[in-house]
Write a protein that binds this ligand. Structure first.
Ligand code: ADP
Ligand code: UDP
Length: 236
């Protein structure tokens, strides 16, 4: 059996249903546009559990997503979408490429969330783009982009509260959206939400509980992911 596609952290498999896919979480981790690579035992399982709980919570809060059901430890069934090639990043505090771009120190609170877009293209290193680029590149219409921005900010509000209850500060995160193959007029939240694509800091200690532990060789990567999962489960 061969997957329909294999990315850096997941594989997509066909199911008997033409409108759904099986999404498999791998143990592989990459950073710096794939330059740094490693594999962590149990990572796929932890990200699957975390993402499943978050998607369930978002669905309950009324956010339309691709999530159908968890299949097992490392697999979920999702609605098949045509992914929009725009990654939506929301920032509540300065970190990562924001600091690099501006020279501002890490951890500064923003007066309002920053929403930014990048072109989902590994060969180009997912460059930062703006509304005008997106329109002219035909990646999304201005109406669709307005919808992505609004949805991303709504998800941000929900996630800030959710993680605060887990004793975690949501620094920033990346979202992907897609059009349902079964009904292309509908755009839903797709991909995963896990410590791979979110920066999460312990509310009390400021300790990093996300993929920055891998990016920066801080150690205890899976221990941090496990702690995030434990706290999410504990708050129900
Ligand atoms: P990448 O190497 O791009 O980081 P991943 O390893 O995370 O990718 O693999 C997941 C791929 O599946 C991504 O390209 C993502 O856009 C895509 N994807 C996520 N959810 C869906 C879905 N519901 N339908 C189709 N494609 C999806
Ligand atoms: N992010 C991601 N995938 C990407 C780019 C960013 O999941 O291809 C996430 C990243 O984990 C962080 C947020 O989006 O939580 C903002 O990332 P940033 O632009 O600061 O880039 P980084 O320095 O992490 O490469």
């Amino acid at each position: 059996m061969t997957p329909l596609s294999e990315g850096k952290a997941k594989r997509l498999w066909a199911t008997e249903n033409p409108y759904t896919l099986r999404m498999e979480f791998k143990n592989d981790a990459t950073a710096f546009n794939g330059e740094k690579k490693a594999s962590f035992e149990n990572k796929g399982h932890l990200n699957n559990e975390i993402s499943t709980l978050i998607y369930g919570m978002l669905e309950k809060a009324g956010v339309p997503t691709h999530f159908v059901r968890q299949i097992d430890d490392t697999n979920v069934e999702v609605k098949k979408v045509d992914i929009l090639m725009v990654e939506v990043i929301v920032r509540n505090f300065s970190a990562g490429s924001y600091c690099k771009r501006t020279g501002i120190e890490e951890g500064r609170a923003f007066s309002q969330p920053i929403v930014e877009f990048s072109y989902k293209d590994d060969a180009l290193g997912d460059p930062l783009i703006n509304d005008d680029y997106i329109r002219e590149m035909g990646l999304a219409t201005p109406e669709d982009l307005a919808h992505l921005r609004k949805s991303a900010l709504q998800v941000n509000e929900i996630l800030i509260d959710f993680f605060a209850k887990c004793g975690l500060k949501l620094i920033d995160f990346k979202l992907e959206f897609g059009r349902l193959v079964s009904d292309p007029s509908v755009i839903v939240l797709a991909d995963e939400i896990s410590p791979d694509g979110c920066r999460l800091w312990d509310l009390k200690t400021g300790e990093k509980m996300d993929k920055d532990r891998f990016r920066r060789d801080l150690g205890g990567v899976m221990e941090a992911y496990q702690e995030v999962l434990g706290r999410i489960k504990a708050q129900g």
